[in-house]
Design a protein around this ligand. Structure first.
Ligand SMILES: *Cc1c(COP(=O)(O)O)cnc(C)c1O
Length: 463
């Protein structure tokens, strides 16, 4: 039997109807949304690829867990179940639930970063960078060069540039570097994986200079799956063994459970050493910002679903199907000559909009042009990861030019089927065929001072 894609390792027990508006309606809706996809109503979207965060489909087991959730304020059984799962999977002595990833960052980073400190990462996710900066510290990215070349295929384009990292430590002075963060997978570089060897090398430098190492663990399971495929040492290892190999290198982790842990809301902090002096301040900050330590801003039912999701996210059949979906879409794009961050990453396909619209300059936002066209073409919601998202220079207020002009199709877990993937491919192929007819992009007619892409209003530039 020959099939061109990895079939879903589940069947569907509950459905949520979706509807494609007519082309005329879609054109009217996106115009009314001021060409900002964040202003579209979810109901007006046919395939929603805005993010893979919290948009995942829980399993029958997870929903059953929702019913079993123990809502005791202190010491609920769901909390103990989550602790056990966390300790078992990561091998860490201390696990703290929180309401989402940025809460983990807020609680943990405040215990170790202050004014004058520097934190170095392969690439900071935007909220992670924000929490480093909110502590008064500076966030510095240090990813390998090949991450910046969308057509260059390399197995671990998410890696830290370890040599450069060591140079940065010497430059800033080791005593001023408060934290090293390895983000797995490297979200901002397109969901690109990090090798275990790279994490070991980072860890060795951290030990040498006595700097703590944190894993930003949102997509730890997808990263482990890529390691199994691409790093010879681990070809026969289980996903759980690979996770242990990765986490053994670090001192702590922060995690958004809205990604690989397949829940709609949740997060975790982990500290390897159960006697770490960090634990007392983490607990104190958690109680102030999130809630008592045994619920950390979550309902008991959420803790229960999280404990189950931690295990479901590791299942190899599931990971093979998930990465297979990305690879299927990428193969169709290869056939059509559509460029994207290659090889494809773990949680989405990042289309090279600059290659599709070479006639549109960065200040007319090619990534946004493609996002608007995808909505008009097939009711698909994606988003710009390019100059539109990057924004203006804080001093001169001039538009910055991003390294890439990507349009991101982020794929929710277990939500869309094979035929939806064909629609994504067909829509992109149709847009590419008429891409040369689109002569101009968009201008911003109103923008807020920070994180403008969520709220800005745009207008189509007339020819
Ligand atoms: C999503 C994400 C976060 C932040 O998590 P939230 O749950 O959205 O607060 C941090 N780091 C990475 C790499 C992420 O993908």
């Amino acid at each position: 039997m020959a099939i061109k894609y990895i079939p879903e390792p589940f069947r569907i027990k509950m459905v949520e109807p979706i509807k494609m508006l007519t082309r005329e309606e879609r054109e009217q809706r996106i115009k009314a949304a001021k060409y900002n996809v964040f202003n579209l109503a979810g109901q007006d979207v046919y395939i929603d690829l805005l993010t893979d965060s919290g948009t995942n489909a829980m399993s029958d087991q997870m929903w059953a867990g929702i019913m079993r959730g123990d809502e005791a304020y202190a010491g609920s059984s769901s909390y103990y179940k989550l602790l056990e799962a966390g300790k078992d999977i990561f091998g860490y002595g201390f696990i703290q639930p929180v309401h989402q990833g940025r809460a983990a960052e807020k609680v943990l980073f405040g215990t170790m970063l202050q004014q004058g400190k520097v934190a170095i990462s392969n690439m900071f996710f935007d909220t992670t960078r924000a929490h480093v900066e909110l502590c008064g510290a500076r966030a510095v990215d240090c990813v390998v060069e090949e991450a910046k070349d969308p057509v260059k295929r390399a197995p671990f384009k998410g890696n830290m540039d370890v040599e450069k990292m060591e140079k940065l430590i010497l430059e800033y002075g080791a005593e001023n570097v408060g934290l090293i963060v390895v983000t797995i997978t490297n979200n901002s570089a397109g969901g690109q994986p990090v090798s275990v060897q790279n994490i070991r090398d980072v860890s060795a430098v951290c030990r040498k200079f006595n700097i703590p190492l944190n894993i930003d663990a949102a997509r730890y399971a997808e990263n482990a799956y890529f390691v199994k495929q691409r790093e010879a040492e681990f070809k026969d290892a289980s996903i759980k063994e690979i996770i242990r190999a990765m986490f053994d290198c670090a001192d702590m982790f922060t995690m958004s459970a809205k990604k690989d842990t397949v829940v709609n809301m949740g997060g975790l902090i982990g500290v390897k050493n159960a006697d770490s002096p960090l634990i007392l301040p983490i607990k104190a900050r958690c109680i102030s910002y999130e809630g008592f330590t045994t619920y950390g801003g979550l309902a008991g039912r959420d803790l229960e679903a999280l404990a189950i999701g931690l295990y479901e996210g590791l299942e190899e059949d599931y990971l093979k199907y998930r990465i297979g979906q990305m690879e299927y879409l990428a193969a169709r794009l290869d056939d059509a000559g559509i460029a994207y961050q290659a090889p494809v990453g773990g949680h989405g396909v990042f289309i090279d909009a600059k290659a599709m619209f070479p006639q549109i300059p960065y200040y007319e936002f090619p990534g946004q042009v493609l996002a608007v066209e995808l909505y008009k073409e097939a009711g698909i919601r994606s988003c710009d990861i390019g100059s539109y998202m990057l924004g203006n220079d804080p001093d001169t207020r001039e538009q910055l030019q991003a390294d890439f002009e990507f349009t991101r199709l982020a794929i929710p877990r277990r939500v869309y089927t094979q035929s939806h993937f064909d629609i994504m491919a067909e829509a992109l192929i149709a847009i590419k065929a008429r891409a040369h007819e689109i002569k101009r992009g968009y201008k911003i007619v109103w923008e807020p001072p920070i994180l403008r892409h969520f709220q800005a209003e745009l207008a189509a530039i007339e020819e």
